[in-house]
Write a protein that binds this ligand. Sequence first.
Ligand code: ADP
Length: 173
Amino acid sequence: MKTRIKVLCADITTLEVDAVVNAANTRLLGGGGVDGAIHRAAGPELLEECRRLGGCPTGEAKITGGYHLPANHVIHTVGPVWKGGRSGEADLLECCYRRSLEVAAERGLTSVAFPSISTGAYRFPVEKAAGIAVRTIGDFLSDHPRMEVILCCFSESDRDVYRNALERWEKQE
Ligand code: ADP
């Protein structure tokens, strides 16, 4: 498993993978943060395709083309807004990771890069989010031996948090 989850500090719009995951909002019409960066890099064709999807509920995932991105596809998922932790936020974040990977697997995609879903504008605590991400991805990969996942952080401090979470998860596996 070790070699199939990688933690990087990078701009997700530069990654050459089968799919990058977008931390979108329920309207799927673009926004700030990583969503804005992905739409800017992919070009207006991405927004056009997104308009036809009719939005996406929190915890779900929908796939589009990658257009001008080096990635072939974008998987749009909607993370939960952190409201203190008693509103099902952890389960919904787990759903985001699992549903995104299921959508990728249905298409036969084998390399997927995730941003740190919900930990920006949606304020989910990053330590907690990292634990959920590595556990959900790790469980999924044990049933999907051809898949590889990148956890693409946008700061060195987030990268360290995800690396620590990954190490802890690997030790207990
Ligand atoms: P959310 O609304 O789900 O919290 P944000 O886009 O606000 O989503 O933040 C999610 C994470 O994405 C944050 O850690 C943010 O720093 C990071 N991020 C922003 N731009 C990029 C990018 N170009 N590549 C990778 N990660 C990014």
